[in-house]
Design a protein around this ligand. Structure first.
Ligand SMILES: Nc1ncnc2c1ncn2[C@@H]1O[C@H](COP(=O)(O)OP(=O)(O)OP(=O)(O)O)[C@@H](O)[C@H]1O
Ligand SMILES: Nc1ncnc2c1ncn2[C@@H]1O[C@H](COP(=O)(O)OP(=O)(O)OP(=O)(O)O)[C@@H](O)[C@H]1O
Ligand SMILES: [Mg+2]
Ligand SMILES: [Mg+2]
Lengths: 457, 457
């Protein structure tokens, strides 16, 4: 037998960085930009300010790229900067509400890739509303998954927000087009945000603020009964102490009112007044199965979600793509394994996309554009399952579908957050929504053909 | 700002279990079988015994499945069992030689999924050549990524080897066909192995031992210069003490002989006699870039690899598929980012596969069949890039391609180990090999058509 050992999560992602989007020098530039920009927009929404995010990419010499992203967000509390930026699986987005970030991994991955390819520390300048600015240079101790602080000093900054600089071995030429598309589509899914891109000192784009209203803030929801796997339930029970089972259910879960809880426990033949800490393992097991298969609960609480919404989504697509016709649809909130989600979509005609028998698909998850790995993605699969020809989509009509899935947890296929796993609840809603849009498109396309024929007479 | 915290790697994979192949009850059964079987075959090869692996799957009641896999491998040393089976990122396969396992994650993931869906501990009975048998029941403390030992007692067993039982919520009907295919193809890629499958007490298959010769054992290679990223180099330098730079290079890297090292350092204008621990960061940085772009090195050392080989691969495919014609090819060893790899392939005519313009592809990585997520896989992409029609492949000729990539590190796209990332070095070798096989096929197909025509006269 070999020698047994463990590896840190930083070591795991160092060895398998292609799983996190850092497998080649072109995708590495893209992934660096997207991880930083996502963090910036999350932070600006948290600060309740319209995001003003500036990206500069400089090719220092062939194959060495410097990426800097600055924002007007909350800033990062000083004590937290080293762990936030130089430790894997550390962050403040582990709660049950929709954010772009989710793993506590993204920016540390980008810093790690920069460090192992160019020996550069990640540079962070940040300021919160209670502090003056501070400047950090950080390396990652990969074997132990902890930060190494090279610099930590005060630094002037014009106001709250953060600026992050990463220097990496990257292929700018191969990645610049996709970076541009990502930033443009970022404003489409976050119409309240503004993004600038400069490459080698030249301004490439300044766009956004298509819609002035900030999305309503999200608040974490209580767990949904369908998410009550044994680990979740065990933790809730451990915190419940001597509380009665009935009040435990009502307090711990959403959609579990007093009468529903009474009915549920009667059906399970468990005494509702029994103290939770006296439940045996068998009871907890039965409780978990029963909660997970409990039908007839209301729709999940949507206050943890932040859909783009009809007005904002139509406004941003009109501003960016100038289509000749648009239609919006949305479904939910519903849930997959207890995770609340909404799917919303805009079908647009005449956006300059290539006309084909299948519409061009733009995918979004928690307002983040997904530009890689569409092949095995659940959204792509559902698009292909629709018989678009029957709705009048032909290779003469350039139709684009902008499809946004938002959830308290996005079931990504890999840590690079580019592709959505096939889960029946999500696929069902996406497919139904696409068909709704298809029917709506059909009317518009028929009207359009009629008016073209009328014009030709 | 929210509350900052870290999550354990077990917590990460609990929340994101679809990334590791445990996203739905059908794939969960498949993933449980494959994670256990891979471990068993790795262990039998380590023990230098022909693997005799027995899989039983029992549906206890609707939707609850019990999977047991037993082997005649090395067994697991007692002190290591709790961490090996109930701790994520822990194992003995982190060295630089080809194994099926690689992350120290697989079996713990299966145990975790079983635990959260059925409250069952993983059951392990194991015996090594120095010990009597021992029986364990383990749970995973997910928040802290550590084992919880429910039972640990001596237990009779007929000899060295291991038996693992996992009870999980699973969809047996949806998964059984793919489990069967996986086991059958496992014997194709490991012709020295024998596999049995029983479902609900009935024997479903007993097959293997198509080739009696065990593969030669693999031994870890020294790092290759092209793998000298800054983290690897920093660690090697840290261990090198006061050794001279010249001897450091010769000792630490494969393909770095005394004259090559001298020439390399002269070109870099660094004193070969300089003590390694006096190198500055700038020198180490330059050394890393120079090593990674150093051309003209020999092929990497192949003793860390275990290709199936022509005789064994042809024998297993003939035994399982009874094709009318077969041709074998292989390329390498070469390397991607310093990781040695070989690609080998058999093209078979008339295997019962559906005839089409593109051959049916069977993918293997480190002798493990890959049955999911073919869409974005590098091997699939290269198959589609070949113009098979020019080689005579038509929808009248059922052609199958069995394609095996083996490497000291497989660049999987996700922790579920089903799909290979697009890396240029690997794609280049795969595409070249497929075209070689195409040319070989063309001759065979022409001959076949001629003989059919002759027979018809
Ligand atoms: N620009 C920023 N402004 C404010 N806070 C930030 C910024 N960038 C990073 N952070 C903080 O650092 C933490 C770690 O960031 P990181 O990108 O690694 O993880 P995440 O965003 O939580 O999840 P994910 O891995 O999905 O991106 C965040 O949770 C956030 O608290
Ligand atoms: N049947 C077995 N016989 C002997 N050792 C085993 C067996 N199953 C597991 N092990 C030991 O337990 C360790 C952990 O197994 P696990 O499947 O989690 O990781 P791995 O096989 O190293 O990598 P991977 O995550 O890619 O499967 C292995 O490295 C091996 O040492
Ligand atoms: Mg992030
Ligand atoms: Mg394993």
């Amino acid at each position: 037998h070999g020698e047994f050992s463990s590896i840190s999560p930083a070591e795991f992602f160092y060895r398998n960085r292609q799983m996190a989007g850092f497998g080649n020098p072109s995708q590495a530039v893209y992934s660096t930009v997207r991880e930083l920009v996502e963090n910036s927009i999350d932070a600006c929404e948290e600060a309740r300010r319209q995001p003003d995010v500036r990206v500069s990419i400089d090719e220092e010499r062939s194959g060495i790229v410097r990426v800097t992203v600055s924002d007007n967000g909350t800033g990062v509390p000083y004590g937290e900067v080293p762990n936030a930026f130089a430790r894997v699986l550390y962050g403040d987005k582990f709660t049950a509400r929709q954010r772009r970030g989710t793993f506590g991994l993204g920016v540390t991955m980008a810093a790690l890739y920069g460090q192992i390819t160019t020996d550069s520390p990640v540079i962070v300048v940040t300021q919160t509303s209670h502090t003056i600015g501070r400047y950090y240079q950080l390396l990652i101790d990969i074997e132990n998954n902890q930060p190494v602080i090279l610099s930590d000093e005060s630094h002037e900054r014009e106001g709250p927000g953060t600026e992050v600089t990463i220097r990496l071995k990257g292929d700018l030429n191969r990645s610049r087009e996709r970076v541009y598309d990502y930033l443009q589509l970022t404003t489409v899914a976050s119409p309240h945000a503004h993004v600038e891109l400069a490459i080698n000192g030249s301004s490439i784009m300044k766009m956004g603020w298509w819609h002035q209203i900030l999305p309503a803030p999200t608040t974490a929801s209580k767990p949904h009964p369908h998410g009550a796997d044994l680990e979740l339930l065990r933790r809730l029970v451990a915190d419940a102490g001597e509380r009665s089972l009935h009040s435990f259910l009502v307090e711990s879960f959403q959609r579990m009112g007093t009468r529903t809880a009474t009915r549920f426990l009667k059906f399970l033949a468990i005494n509702p007044r029994q103290a939770v800490n006296t439940l045996g393992r068998g009871d907890i097991s039965r409780l978990s199965s029963a909660l997970r298969s409990f039908d007839g609960l209301g729709r999940p609480d949507g206050k943890c979600l932040s859909p783009i919404g009809k007005n904002a989504f139509l406004a941003s697509i009109e501003s960016v793509f100038a289509p000749s016709a648009l239609t919006y649809g949305s479904r939910g909130p519903t849930e997959w394994s207890g995770n609340a989600f909404i799917v919303e979509s805009v079908a647009a005609i005449g956006t300059g996309a290539r006309a084909a028998d299948v519409p061009t698909l733009y995918r979004f998850a928690n307002r983040v554009p997904l530009l890689y790995d569409s092949g095995e993605d659940a959204l792509t699969k559902m698009l292909k399952r629709v018989n678009w020809v029957q709705y009048g989509v032909r290779s003469t009509t350039p139709v684009s579908i902008f499809l946004h899935l938002c959830s308290t947890r996005i079931p990504f296929k890999a840590a690079g957050k580019q592709s959505i796993a096939s889960l029946p609840e999500i696929e069902h809603e996406v497919l139904s929504l696409l068909r709704e849009l298809g029917r709506s498109l059909k009317k518009t396309l028929k009207r359009g053909e009629r008016s073209v024929r009328d014009a030709q007479k």
